[in-house]
Design a protein around this ligand. Structure first.
Ligand SMILES: [Fe+2]
Length: 295
């Protein structure tokens, strides 16, 4: 978390508790079923600076989550999952007590980085949460960028990354509880180019646009690219760049999807966990190099 003078004084309508020195904050004392433009703006401000926020003690259902989400921006679309009946933008992820094996999203990833414009924000609402286990781990791609040497930054600043959709369909289809769209197989063929080093659209803070879907850099072979990608992936997982969000029923998490990676922790066998997800569109990733040139 980069220190911004007077940031805290702008949160006049909510109570904010930072989770770690790098990212994340709990928000208490608000009711998302009764929001106005000022409160939405303060939550968005908290999100822009802390990159992941957990709004506690909410009472949402798919309809009210839809209402809240759309106050923050339009739906991104979701080419992978079949939404709940009556909604185009809400997916329910259910892990039953009998389910075994991997959980959805247990490896560090970014949500849909292979889209032309990856989601700016992911929203996840806890409907049923085990008493312990099932935390979400986040790692800040801003803190990771800032932790690189100046020489390394100068090497990577202008790289363009290719993000592949290969394997996304098979991975999601392998989860019994997930309903996958029939045309989702086409995601395998998607390759989308994004700048590796971007600036946040409102704070101007730099971050890596890095994920497990990054397969090579433009103008470089895979053999040339992978050592750099592996180095950055390893570096971005340093513990000082992370936080763990501990869920409760009624927690609404929001995260700045392009500025971090996250992982669902698979440590609650025999317990049921149900969450609702939607995603919010924002501007396309903006290259840090381009930002320097613009007035
Ligand atoms: Fe995810």
């Amino acid at each position: 978390m980069k220190t911004v003078p007077d940031l805290e004084s702008q949160f006049t309508r909510l109570k904010l508790r930072p989770l770690t020195g790098s990212l994340g904050a709990d928000i208490v004392g608000i009711n998302l079923n009764a929001v106005d433009e000022e409160l939405i703006a303060q939550v968005q401000l908290a999100l822009d600076h802390y990159h992941v926020i957990a709004v506690r003690n909410q009472n949402l259902d798919p309809a009210s989550l839809h209402e809240v989400a759309r106050r923050f921006g339009p739906f991104t679309g979701n080419p992978v999952h079949i939404p709940l009946d009556g909604f185009d933008d809400i997916v329910r992820f259910t892990r039953s007590a009998a389910d075994r094996g991997p959980v959805v999203g247990e490896d560090l990833h970014m949500d849909m980085p292979w889209m032309e414009i990856p989601p700016a924000t992911t929203m996840l609402y806890g409907e049923e949460i085990p008493p312990v286990g099932g935390d979400t781990l986040f790692t800040s791609l801003s803190a990771a960028y800032e932790g690189l040497s100046e020489t390394m930054r100068s090497i990577i600043n202008d790289l363009m990354g290719i993000h592949s959709g290969k394997g996304v369909f098979a991975l999601n289809a392998s989860h019994r509880a997930l309903s996958v769209k029939s045309n989702a197989q086409a995601i395998d063929d998607i390759e989308t180019e994004h700048p590796l080093v971007c600036v946040h659209p409102t704070t101007g803070r730099r971050h890596l646009l890095l994920s497990a879907a990054l397969c090579r850099f433009t103008g470089m072979t895979e053999a040339e690219s992978m050592p750099i990608i592996n180095l950055l992936m390893s570096h971005a997982q340093r513990v000082e760049y992370t936080c763990r969000l501990r869920w409760e029923p009624g927690t609404l998490a929001m995260w700045s999807n392009q500025c971090l990676m996250h992982a669902a922790i698979n440590d609650y066998p025999g317990q049921r966990r149900v969450v609702l997800r939607t995603t919010i569109a924002g501007p396309p990733p903006k290259a840090a190099s381009a930002a320097e040139c613009s007035p």
